[in-house]
Design a protein around this ligand. Structure first.
Ligand code: CA
Length: 235
């Protein structure tokens, strides 16, 4: 009986595929590889992986349409792998339901952090972001106390506003995963028209002022340029 999580790598570049596969197998995962989108889709069905690492630049199929097709029948966690030159593609992939992304080139620790977070949260994205959450989330000196509706930094109440609290609790629920600007905006303000990113930026600046030692170099909430925010998680 194997308790190892099984990860399918869909990547046409042999070097990258081998690198990912080596990192995963040496960290107690089972790694399967596919070289094309077609082969990848076949293996998603036949091998029931726990997670897919999907290259967006495949020779035969568009990675984004693969994400879309998979989401029609499955919550299988998908982390898209993209080149730095394809910023728009990764946002599109996240909008289509990918769980996270990783940008080439990346190292083993970043890869493992994305994989861990995606497997842990995979399939859990609640359609009701306001649903009650209890307990606590702690990373470093930051403590989100869901029961008391408070965020503490080194034991001191950060005195967040209602919306600031909602933003950080949403990030906390998916700690380690990127949450897109659009997802946050919809979850907190509902469908609103243009200028939405500005209101989010203002709220984020205020949150950082309250929780970060140096808001210009955040240690808790990271900006993923052009995509969204990610709350740090302790490995
Ligand atoms: Ca490729």
């Amino acid at each position: 009986m194997s308790l190892k999580e099984r990860i399918l790598i869909v990547e046409d570049d042999n070097g990258i595929s081998h690198f990912i596969s080596t990192v995963l197998t040496s960290n107690n995962y089972d790694a399967l590889t596919a070289r094309t989108g077609m082969e990848g889709r076949r293996m998603m069905l036949s091998q029931s992986p726990d997670l897919v690492l999907l290259d967006l630049g495949l020779p035969d199929m568009d990675g984004i349409s693969i994400v879309k097709a998979v989401r029609e029948w499955s919550r299988l966690p998908i982390v898209v792998v993209s080149a730095r030159t394809h910023e728009r593609d990764k946002v599109a992939a996240l909008d289509m339901g990918a769980d996270d992304y990783i940008t080439k080139p990346f190292g083993p620790s970043e890869l493992l952090a994305r994989v861990r977070a995606a497997i842990r949260h995979g399939g859990n994205r609640s359609p009701h972001p306001d649903a009650a959450q209890t307990g606590k989330y702690q990373v470093g000196d930051l403590l989100i106390d869901y029961d008391k509706h408070q965020v503490l930094v080194a034991g001191v109440n950060a005195r967040l506003t209602q919306n600031e609290y909602k933003i950080i609790t949403l990030l906390g629920r998916y700690a380690g995963k990127v949450i897109t600007y659009d997802y946050l905006l919809r979850a907190i303000w509902g469908p609103i028209s243009g200028g939405g990113n500005q209101i989010l930026r203002v709220n984020m600046a205020n949150i950082r002022r309250k929780i970060e030692k140096n808001p210009a170099e955040p240690e808790y909430i990271f900006t993923e340029a052009g995509v969204g925010y990610r709350l740090r998680e302790d490995p």
